[in-house]
Ligand binder design. Sequence first.
Ligand code: MN
Length: 204
Amino acid sequence: MTETEPLREYREKRRLGHTPEPSGGREESTERPIFVIQKHDASSLHYDFRLEIEGVLVSWAVPKGPSTDPKDKRLAMRTEDHPLEYADFEGVILEGEYGAGTVQVWDTGTYRSLNEQSGKEVTMAQGLEEGHIAFWLEGEKLKGGYALTRMGESKRWLLVKMNDEQADARRKPVETETRSAVSGRTLEDIARMAFGAWLSTQSA
Ligand code: MN
């Protein structure tokens, strides 16, 4: 077997040291694995959905964000794995850097796997390879079962809320719950504070 560095693509895409984003190195969670959904106001606004699987944050960009309505199928484009400490990242990636724009921790928490095949448990890593994972989120905003299913052999997946007691067709959290799950800040607050911090370094 060849050893591949799990975060190579992440590091290759970025100029670490120029971007405020972390370079990686945090240990795997010992108890429940974590998830994070980051609202990212890049060239086009999207939500980065990330699940801790085997020591990295496996990631998808969801243009419309997650829904609590089981009837909604949300396109989720698989992107490069991110380091675990990325889950805490809220701030501004400067113009000219990869993924330039403001990042907000829209939701975060832990999850447990609901993966199984004919009664037998399937690991998240195995489900990922096979193109279907199911999991129960315990977030600040999102709770309940969700599934991600790959369409063919592409990077396109669909994110769907399972029909359980946490399903709610009327809630529309992406539209109505716009503050950070960790700081209470809006995207505009984060951008303004980052600009203020940058200004204070210029006047020294
Ligand atoms: Mn993004």
